[in-house]
Design a binder for this molecule. Sequence first.
Ligand code: A3P
Length: 311
Amino acid sequence: MEYEQVTPKSYPVDLIKKDWSLRKLYFHSPTKTMPDAIHDMEVLEDDVWLITNPKCGTTWMQELLWLLMNDCNFEAALSKDLELRSPFLEFEFLLSRDVEKALKIVEELPSPRVIKSHLPLALLPAQLWQKKAKVIYVFRDPKDAWISGYYHGLTVGLRHGTTMEQYMEELLEKETDKENPVLHAIEFYQLRNEPWVYYTSFNQMKQNLRGVIDDLCKFLNKTVTEQQMERLLKHLSFEEMKKNPTTNHLWEYARIRMPNKGKVVYNFTRSGKVGGYKEELSPELIAKADRHIDEILQENQVTLDQLLLLD
Ligand code: A3P
């Protein structure tokens, strides 16, 4: 993937004190006017923004958020693709490079809007940290997210013919500079005690989804009955989500045009494990990936366990 370094029109200086001019930020190339247009976007008071690194359980959380914001209307959820109920801010732009069209999808969404984005904090709309709309962040061990990204990349045709080893080597050499999942997470981890931010991890969702739902209900000012809770837990289970046509990105998949798309196909809801990378990567590659991760962690005096909320 090609990236361009971008400088946002303003930084969230009142939120996090650091030398923002040193924070290198990248956007998919060609960027056109998209970074500025996102910076200037209107954010609504009742918006819910879900921010993650790719492949961290975004869809899982997104389906949960949409249901909580829509009175647990399971029938509606099951009858419309998740991407149409809750758009991915950057998606249309990545396909068409049409800034206006991409933003219109979000602008025309009825409130309360549940919006997904993978952008780092400083590339999100400035109104997000001015109005302090609700933000939910999910972090996952980058090694698991990268593996998940490999299989997703094979399915959409992006990684066709690339072995896992080649993919990992290339990613660690080049892509982690442009889209660093640890740096991305640290900025939200620093905001985790803000009343408008709910920070969680894939591990927490695996260990105690009921607890995460309870927390989110408090955070979003929602209540669910025990019957709705039971249904949520079933609906959001790996087995159910695997066979749910509205949460497996079939709509997005149909819109992606890559010559090698579909030559090898993995289900979007693929394995859903914590630590699945251990079955996929050699000890040498794991050590190399850990070195990359540790370097950023140490620079920022935080541990992986802290970011995963295991501490
Ligand atoms: P794997 O490929 O490791 O299985 P995202 O939505 O951010 O792209 O994340 C996709 C990852 O979340 C995939 O990981 C997918 O299987 C996992 N996932 C989705 N729904 C899940 C669920 N209900 N339980 C556990 N994992 C889930």
